[in-house]
Write a protein that binds this ligand. Structure first.
Ligand SMILES: [Zn+2]
Length: 142
């Protein structure tokens, strides 16, 4: 069985990687929104844990970003965070503290390279980790 695709524009993917590179040695995190399930907007968030192996987002900042996503007539389609030294697979904490089972989770791992990170994507449903295929698209117009 092939994994279901998660569509993201190349520009957003690049911005996401750059954001997480800038947050090193800490984990970086952020939200992705778009229409028809395709990630076309990126919302870099502050990792208020300032930690190399965990992240948490400020609830007030989340609310502000959700408002802006609504104003753009978009929906939340993805949550990303980086693993500065761990592999591109959800940690036990990522699985335990996940509140968004319907949203794709993108993990950017710098374990092998800080310039060419591994990017993977999953649904986290209860204790199930369902891999998705990251599909890069050039651009997306409605
Ligand atoms: Zn993680």
């Amino acid at each position: 069985m092939t994994n279901a695709p998660f569509f993201i524009t190349k520009a957003i993917l690049k911005e996401m990687i750059t954001h997480c590179q800038n947050e090193l040695p800490f984990e970086g995190c952020g939200l992705l929104s778009g229409k028809n399930g395709i990630a076309t907007s990126i919302w870099p968030m502050e990792n208020i844990s300032y930690s190399p192996n965990s992240y948490s987002m400020d609830l007030k900042q989340i609310e502000e970003v959700f408002d802006l996503i609504n104003k753009q007539n978009e929906k939340l389609v993805g949550i990303y965070h980086s693993h500065p030294t761990d592999r591109a697979y959800p940690s036990p904490e990522d699985i335990t503290y996940n509140n968004y089972p319907e949203i794709a989770h993108i993990i950017i791992s710098f374990a092998r390279s800080s310039t060419q990170p591994d990017v993977s994507c999953f649904y986290l449903r209860g204790t199930r980790v369902i891999p998705l295929k990251v599909e890069k698209i050039k651009e997306y117009n409605i």
